[in-house]
Design a binder for this molecule. Structure first.
Ligand SMILES: *[C@@H]1O[C@H](CO)[C@@H](O)[C@H](O)[C@H]1NC(C)=O
Length: 309
């Protein structure tokens, strides 16, 4: 009954803050005490495993060869380096995951699967020959609004999809949610969040008690198509009446903070974190949401996904 004791301390003036506090307790409750959140790197590793498992070969002992076709790949980006990270090789022994196009003297048809990313939609750069047994995989993490794949020439080109969309053949979401036993519970098309919640830990209460500012927004992409800037302006006008405001950081406002400093600041000062996506697309939820939770701030979401799952 933490909420009630806090509520009784409310004066009329601080009513809004108390209201916010209640939401925070409820929301942080459910995530911090009952679930564990993981960043997408997990999905990258897992996807190779899933592809390998789905590829059929007569002998289970046969090596399965997977070629990373696009020059810049999400797999490489996620490691921030040029080489594919060793842990991204198959977690089971019978696969070769490589970006070395020269492996079979340039005969790409010898690969069991070829992985393309959004780049192919723009450049059209693809292997000259393909064979029926070979699987072409489309890997996309950019929103389908930003990089749509709906030209007729792409019809029937890919065999499998590997994207953040929940209806992908293989799912690569920006983050996953596990229960306390470690099992992945979200995102899922049919999601059931736990109803009985454990009480808030004193460590979290201390962090929350130190906060004093309403909301922060970190943004690097200034004029997004989702009109989030316009939305924010209107929100600010309303909040002004309650003496609240959203502090905006990043390139667009020239009030900058480095990644680590931003995190510290959000954790220390802010109740809410604006997790505004740059475009609206089905299932498109990026790590911004996680950024809020990681810093004990409730994400305020704005995007095209069904956030309950
Ligand atoms: C992959 O897609 C191509 C093009 O549609 C098709 O010809 C081929 O049979 C498919 N391969 C498999 C194994 O499904």
């Amino acid at each position: 009954m933490v909420y009630l004791s806090n509520l009784s301390k409310c004066t009329l003036k601080s009513m809004v803050y108390c209201f916010l506090l209640i939401i925070i307790y409820v929301s942080l409750h459910s995530l911090f005490e009952n679930y564990i959140l993981n960043f997408a790197y997990h999905s990258a590793t897992n996807s190779i495993f899933s592809i390998t498992k789905r590829l059929r070969k007569p002998q289970s002992s046969d090596l399965k060869y997977i070629l990373l076709w696009s020059k810049y790949s999400h797999y490489i980006q996620f490691k921030g380096g040029k080489v594919i990270h060793p842990s991204l090789k198959c977690s089971i022994s019978n696969c070769v995951f490589t970006k070395d196009k020269g492996l079979f003297d340039g005969d790409y048809t010898r690969f069991d699967a070829v992985l393309f990313n959004e780049e192919i939609l723009l450049t059209g750069n693809k292997p000259e020959r393909r064979v029926p047994l070979q699987i072409y995989v489309f890997n996309a993490l950019e929103s389908s609004y930003t990089v749509p794949a709906c030209k007729p020439k792409h019809d029937g080109f890919f065999n499998w999809t590997l994207t953040y969309r929940l209806d992908s053949d293989i799912l690569w979401s920006y983050f996953i949610v596990r229960n306390l036993k470690g099992a992945i519970v979200a995102p899922r098309t049919t999601m059931r969040w736990q109803r009985s919640l454990r009480p808030v830990d004193s460590k979290i209460k201390t962090i929350l008690a130190g906060k004093s500012k309403a909301a922060a927004w970190l943004v690097s992409h200034c004029k997004a198509d989702s009109l989030r800037d316009e939305y924010l302006t209107r929100l600010q006008e309303h909040l002004f009446h309650f003496a609240l405001k959203i502090d905006v950081y990043g390139k667009c406002t020239h009030v900058e903070c480095t990644r680590g400093d931003c995190d510290e600041m959000i954790k220390k000062d802010y109740y809410f974190y604006m997790a505004f996506e740059n475009s609206f697309a089905e299932d498109y939820v990026t790590e911004k949401v996680l950024h809020g939770y990681e810093n004990y701030a409730v994400p305020i979401v704005y995007g095209g996904a069904n956030y309950s799952r």
